[in-house]
Design a protein around this ligand. Structure first.
Ligand code: SAM
Length: 215
């Protein structure tokens, strides 16, 4: 196992279902981040393919002009997912309680995970599931910034730095035989940290790790 038990702990140890019980119709990152992510999706995803948006909400950040064969959504709040215009279907599941995705082997061309990876307590199991459901050659894109629901992020994430978090997600991929060495796309913030913390300046840093199922 990659993480030690204490590294998986959250400050708020109550069930995640309680925390996500009510919908949050907000965006969790700034416009610069979202534009960079949407551009990346436009470059790396193929139209008319099958996409899974894992840990989604009411927005998926997919390019408006791109049509897909199927977009499956997963998240914790039914009302958020029901309002997401890109999803053809969705399911609600607490991945910290049950990491097994109710999806068949080798059925998705792409799995996306946006600004959510810090909440997974058993990432090893989830990355193994992502690999299982991807078609050979399929792509996984995990993106994150420096914002988080602090009390719900795991200890190793909370206490890490932006570069240690990049290394951590890299290790999540490397822990599953059959993923290619992850490519990293990063844009550090140009805005001083104190302004970022105040949510000013439009300077959310952007990090994405991209890997393919090669085996
Ligand atoms: C910051 S939101 C990001 C939502 C969306 N991906 C976006 O880009 O706006 C974090 C998401 O992580 C998901 N999440 C948090 N804890 C979870 C858990 N234990 N099991 C499954 N999903 C979880 C929830 O669906 C929540 O919407």
């Amino acid at each position: 196992m990659l993480l030690r038990p204490e590294e998986r702990t959250k400050l708020d140890g109550t069930a995640d279902t309680l925390f996500y019980d009510f919908p949050r119709f907000v965006t969790h990152v700034d416009e610069g981040f979202i534009q960079q992510l949407t551009d990346l999706y436009g470059e790396r995803l193929q139209p008319q393919t099958r996409i899974l948006d894992l840990m989604s909400s009411w927005v998926s950040h997919l390019p408006d002009e791109m049509e897909f064969a199927h977009v499956e959504g997963h998240g914790m709040n039914e009302a958020e997912l029901a309002r997401n215009p890109r999803l053809n279907h969705f399911f609600v599941q607490d991945l910290n309680q049950n990491p097994a995705l109710p999806l068949p082997d080798r059925t998705f061309d792409a799995v996306l995970n946006t600004v959510s990876i810090q909440y997974l307590q058993y990432p090893e199991a989830i990355f193994s599931e992502i690999h299982r459901i991807l078609k050979p050659g399929g792509i996984a894109i995990v993106s994150f910034s420096n914002r988080m629901f602090y009390q719900k992020a795991i200890q190793i994430w909370r206490e890490g730095t932006e570069s240690s978090r990049l290394q951590l997600v890299k290790q999540y991929f490397q822990g599953v035989p059959g993923f290619s060495a992850p490519e990293i796309v990063s844009r550090q913030s140009q805005v001083p940290a104190f302004l970022q913390m105040l949510g000013r300046g439009g300077g959310d840093p952007f990090y994405a790790l991209i890997s393919h199922r090669i085996l």
